[in-house]
Ligand binder design. Structure first.
Ligand SMILES: CC(C)(COP(=O)(O)OP(=O)(O)OC[C@H]1O[C@@H](n2cnc3c(N)ncnc32)[C@H](O)[C@@H]1OP(=O)(O)O)[C@@H](O)C(=O)NCCC(=O)NCCS
Length: 158
């Protein structure tokens, strides 16, 4: 990260255009849905979804959406929280914003009483797997919709 302190902010009418303008490198586009689709899903899923702009200074550098206390694969006895979407703008990748967003979502999940942060990813060349493994996620051995499932154990808040 070059200079300032990134933060997560709600998506509002003020930053909507900038959030929707986030673009990945073309070879990454099949790894995650476009932000516009995620925002539509957030609208449909209501409190289950936690969409946030990743902002540094005045600039929107990415988008993250968490799912909070979601019945996993429709099983009401298996409720999980985690990262649903993470899109760092192509020209802002490699500056620590992805790591920041994962940590910020982990903090939100911990605050809401969760002890694990889940994520799923498409395994594949130049995909996000090394990013997540580098942040301490381990694979659970499960597949969800053909994607690999990873989990990070969260230390309790102090
Ligand atoms: C994957 C992604 C979120 C990473 O965000 P980022 O801001 O570029 O990552 P950071 O700068 O925070 O990197 C954190 C660490 O992960 C490493 N890293 C990041 N992307 C990596 C990749 N594709 N392969 C290997 N390592 C990677 C960085 O080198 C850095 O390592 P360090 O701690 O040794 O310095 C971003 O590249 C992206 O949006 N990709 C396209 C969409 C996508 O795949 N989203 C995830 C959907 S599940």
């Amino acid at each position: 990260m070059t200079s300032s302190t990134p933060r997560l902010t709600p998506v509002t009418s003020d930053n909507f255009d900038a959030v929707c303008a986030i673009r990945l490198h073309p070879h990454q586009e099949h790894f995650v849905s476009p932000v516009l689709k995620s925002l539509a899903e957030a609208y449909v899923h209501g409190p289950l979804a936690w969409p946030r702009a990743i902002v540094d200074g005045d600039e929107v550098v990415g988008f993250v959406m968490a799912f909070l206390d979601h019945p996993w694969n429709g099983d009401p006895a298996d409720r999980r929280s985690g990262l649903w979407r993470l899109n760092i703008s192509a020209d802002h990748q490699g500056k620590g914003y992805g790591r920041f967003a994962v940590r910020a979502v982990a903090e939100e999940v911990r605050r809401s009483g969760g002890s694990h942060l889940y994520v799923t990813w498409h395994a594949g060349e130049r995909g996000p797997e090394p990013f997540y493994l580098g942040l301490g996620f381990r694979t659970t051995g499960e597949l969800s919709g053909g994607q690999r499932v990873g989990v990070l154990d969260l230390a309790p808040s102090k």
